[in-house]
Design a protein around this ligand. Structure first.
Ligand code: ADP
Length: 330
């Protein structure tokens, strides 16, 4: 009743409010539909001016020779809030598990950085002694300088990778990557843990030309969790400990696959159905959040995460992700 005879524009925020009459006129003159027959999300106003998130669809009709426009509005504030909250929740959860991983990473850092830095130091000293001693063997000194540069670069790569991993990220922050580069970055963080377990990494990158558009921190988080679980699993076996990482085009057209396989005891049949249930863990200090988190991150990227046992023993986890156009399926 309050609205009767008044301009509907009053329910809209600027710039639509002042443009509304123009929109209608343009439609009546040109017949080009910009909103009619479509569904659109927008922010409108309550009577008191507070914003309200709406889904609006507009239909038109003629009755008694008169043209009518009919607007259907649906309040989506709650739906949008729930979506925002679940995104935020995911980001908090990812951060919490990253923090959980920090113990491991801090010791990796201490160990990994000490090695290249020691190499930088001793090589620089050797070069200085040679220069000091007046021994002019330029090739040797060149070799030392190359070694210094290479080791210093490795040290800074480790630091960069660690900082990227621990950063709190913006869930919407997408960028293009080769899956194998993401896998390598995470392997770098786990070098120390692998060494102390006597585990070997076997790599097989068969989708080198593929690129995926992902939130780097989140996908690295997934790969980290899967590798960390694989190493946990292999801790309990005495045989060879092999972490097999691979990338390939998936059987599903338009997708690539990252697989992480181990030579641990595998997943008992009775646990298969529970793996992705929050808080399911068989570890004393486990949180049981890693796999559910990984699955929701991967699904948010339009992909899938699956688990199975390998015929030769051990577990295999596969992450499939949509690839960017430009690579044809073979
Ligand atoms: P958490 O590592 O804290 O236990 P996860 O959700 O990452 O939580 O894993 C849940 C459970 O899944 C683990 O406790 C373990 O029983 C099982 N699991 C995960 N990865 C493997 C694997 N590679 N091999 C065998 N079991 C695994």
């Amino acid at each position: 009743e309050e609205m009767q005879g008044r301009n509907i524009g009053m329910l809209m925020p600027e710039p639509h409010r002042s443009q509304h009459d123009h929109y209608i006129r343009r439609y009546l003159e040109t017949g080009v539909r910009r909103i009619i027959g479509m569904r659109r999300e927008l922010t409108a106003h309550h009577r008191d001016g507070t914003p309200i998130e709406l889904e609006l669809s507009v239909a038109e009709g003629i009755a008694g020779g008169q043209q009518y426009f009919i607007g259907f509005t649906h309040d989506i504030t709650a739906r949008n809030r729930a979506e925002r909250e679940s995104r935020l929740h995911l980001s908090h959860l990812a951060h919490a598990t990253r923090i959980h991983a920090m113990d491991e990473l801090a010791s990796t850092l201490a160990h990994e950085i000490r090695q290249p830095l020691t190499a930088v130091h001793t090589t620089a000293q050797a070069a200085l002694i040679q220069i000091d001693g007046g021994k002019r063997v330029p090739e040797e000194i060149e070799g030392h300088l190359a070694q210094i540069t290479q080791q210093a670069r490795r040290a800074s790569q480790i630091i960069d990778q660690l900082r990227r991993f621990l950063r709190r990220d913006d869930p919407q922050d997408l960028s293009d990557h080769h899956p194998s580069v993401l896998v390598e970055g995470v392997l770098l963080l786990l070098t120390h843990r692998m060494q102390s377990l006597g585990a070997e990494a076997h790599r097989s990158y068969n989708a080198a030309e593929c690129r995926v558009q992902v939130n780097r921190t989140q996908i690295e988080q997934v790969i980290y969790n899967l590798m960390d679980n694989a190493l946990d699993a292999m801790e309990s076996v005495d045989g060879p400990r092999v972490l097999a990482v691979a990338t390939c085009l998936s059987g599903r057209n338009g997708y690539c696959e990252i697989s992480i396989q181990d030579t641990g005891p595998g997943i008992p049949d009775e646990h298969m159905g529970d793996l992705f249930t929050p808080y399911f863990t068989t570890k004393d200090r486990g949180m049981g959040l890693g796999l559910p988190l990984c699955r929701s991150i991967v699904e948010n990227h339009g992909g899938q995460l699956t688990a199975e046992n390998r015929p030769s023993g051990g577990a295999a986890f596969r992450v499939s992700l949509p690839i960017l156009p430009g690579v044809r399926h073979r």
